[in-house]
Design a protein around this ligand. Structure first.
Ligand code: XMP
Length: 504
């Protein structure tokens, strides 16, 4: 399906995913490949070799087949490790560094098309230890740092290497550098969501081949887009909604209404009691997650009996996180989309993940192309384990009820004050510690609620939203007056990292 795209070869840098993202922001389709997958890129319009933590001088360091790359006959950009690898393979000398150069530098371009239109002394971001001591024969210097040390090389008319990371925002004009590089790739096809939608629908029809496809829906953006996509593809399908009892106030009813409005028939399984019973007495966050994840699969599987094909709303960042097993990200999050039963089906070619090449904003764009209303597409992310991760320690129906009531007021007021769409995500978390307060003339001894609203690009990092004090004061009053069982409202001013967005 992917033609004339920008292939990014992953040498393991923590920034590799960002390269793909930036290319997509520039309006071109881009995909990540492992070094050994180079031949599988097909006919890309350009290739970018990413950075990586290893030294190209180490034995067994990740490598690529230069002949395959040459045969593609397309522009190549090596970033950091990618540049060092090209330098070494083309006959230069790369020396392992004893120390790591990390931080800002200034770029002094040397009349290179890569740096067209850049401001003088533009800030670039370095993060490397190896250095190119001797350039390969025929290479020219495309740019230096402020001390005259080469930081960019041109190996061939369309082959470049840069020592710094254009994909990070600390390289102030990095996106311009990537745009200049893409200008050298005339076949790079603009990424148009409408044509991508048509391709997805054709792919679903071909893969389904008359078989029934079952998908799980939650009311969230990804699964909603997926279900509507299946409907548009006119393949036999069934959408199952598992009400875990860990949903927000009236959410189960709203999900049913939402799908009715979208013309998608859903089968609702009310399993709240089973989930609460399974969670009874458990306070450990990871064990809670596992109980919920496993039970969810059990309940879903019972409903999906004899499933012929399963469709999942897995997104591109999840695929990347799962692929880089051993990464910190993969240890923090448990991926329910990759449990054994699903992997078994996948081996038989019975799992469809149509959104697996898309980032969240692209899924929203696809949703718009499918005419899904803006209020649905603009919904904040909601975690799979639901309110469980907002109820630290043991879960009880009473605690859930407090969280639901506080959350309803919090979300309602964010919406009515025009702030909901300005934050990435907001949540209300119960702090299961009783503190003393005064209600009327009486002493109270009750729990606290912590409100959180964050700004973020992709939930990997987040900052707390600077909401107006007056607004927070109104929300606090509304919650203290309207929610039984609490006498204190806090606003969480923690960044991620070190805090995560959710409390568990
Ligand atoms: P954290 O708390 O890790 O959250 O900063 C990052 C984003 O992921 C959501 N989240 C989850 N989503 N299953 C999900 O589907 C989960 O187990 C899960 N845990 C966190 C969280 O709401 C935020 O958007």
């Amino acid at each position: 399906m992917v033609r004339n795209h920008i292939a990014v070869i992953d040498f393991g840098s923590q920034y590799t995913q960002l390269i793909v993202r930036r290319i997509r922001e520039l309006g071109f389709f881009s995909k990540l490949y492992q070094p050994g997958e180079l031949p599988a890129c097909g006919e890309p319009a350009a290739v970018i070799l990413s950075g990586g933590p290893r030294s190209v001088t180490e034995e067994g360091a990740p490598d690529i087949d230069l002949e395959v790359l040459r045969a593609m006959g397309v522009p190549v950009l090596g970033v950091c490790y990618g540049m060092q690898l090209l330098s070494q393979k083309l006959g230069g000398y790369v020396a392992p560094g004893n120390t790591r150069e990390y931080g800002p530098a200034r770029l002094v371009p040397n009349n290179s098309p890569l740096f067209d239109g850049l401001s003088p002394n533009s800030q670039i971001w370095m993060s490397h230890s190896d250095t190119v001591k001797q350039q390969p024969p025929g290479a020219t210097v495309a740019g230096c740092n402020q001390d005259g040390v080469p930081v960019a090389l041109q190996f061939a008319p369309q082959w470049f290497g840069i020592q710094f990371h254009p994909e990070v925002s600390h390289s102030h004009e990095g996106i311009k550098i990537l745009a200049n590089f893409l200008k050298l790739a005339p076949h790079a096809e603009p990424f148009r969501i409408e044509s991508f939608k048509a391709e997805l629908i054709a792919m679903i029809q071909e893969r389904a081949h008359g078989r029934e496809i079952v998908c799980g829906v939650s009311g969230g953006v990804d699964s909603t887009v997926l279900a509507v996509l299946l409907k548009e593809a006119k393949v036999p399908h069934r959408a199952i909604f598992v009400d875990t009892g860990l949903m927000r106030k009236d959410e189960a009813d709203e999900v049913e209404r939402q799908f009715q409005q979208l013309g998608v028939r859903i089968q609702t399984i009310h399993a709240g009691e089973r989930f609460l019973a399974a969670l009874a007495g458990e306070g450990d966050p990871e064990k809670k997650r596992k109980i919920i994840g496993n039970l969810f699969i059990d309940v879903f599987w019972e409903a999906a009996a004899n499933v012929e094909m399963l469709a999942q709303g897995t997104l591109y960042p999840d695929v990347i996180e799962s692929a880089t097993s051993g990464s910190i990200a993969s240890k923090i999050k448990t991926h329910h989309n990759r449990v054994d039963r699903i992997m078994d089906l996948a081996k038989e070619g019975r799992v469809l993940e149509p959104l697996s090449e898309l980032f969240k904003d692209e899924v929203r764009a696809l949703g718009r192309a499918l005419h899904i209303p803006a209020d649905i597409l603009g919904r904040h992310p909601f975690p799979g384990p639901g309110l469980a991760v907002r109820c630290p320690g043991e879960i009880t129906e009473d605690k859930l009820s407090i969280i639901r009531d506080a959350d309803a007021i919090w979300m309602g007021m964010l919406k009515s004050h025009g702030l909901y769409d300005k934050v990435w995500q907001a949540c209300a978390t119960l702090i299961p510690v009783k503190t003393v307060g005064v209600k009327g003339d009486e002493r109270s001894y009750e729990f606290a609620i912590s409100l959180r609203a964050v700004t973020s690009e992709d939930a990997m990092t987040a900052d707390w939203a600077r909401l107006p004090y007056d607004f927070l004061a109104q929300v606090s009053n509304a919650i203290l007056n309207g929610v039984k069982g609490i006498n204190r409202v806090l606003y969480d001013i923690s960044t991620k990292p070190p805090a995560s967005i959710e409390w568990e």
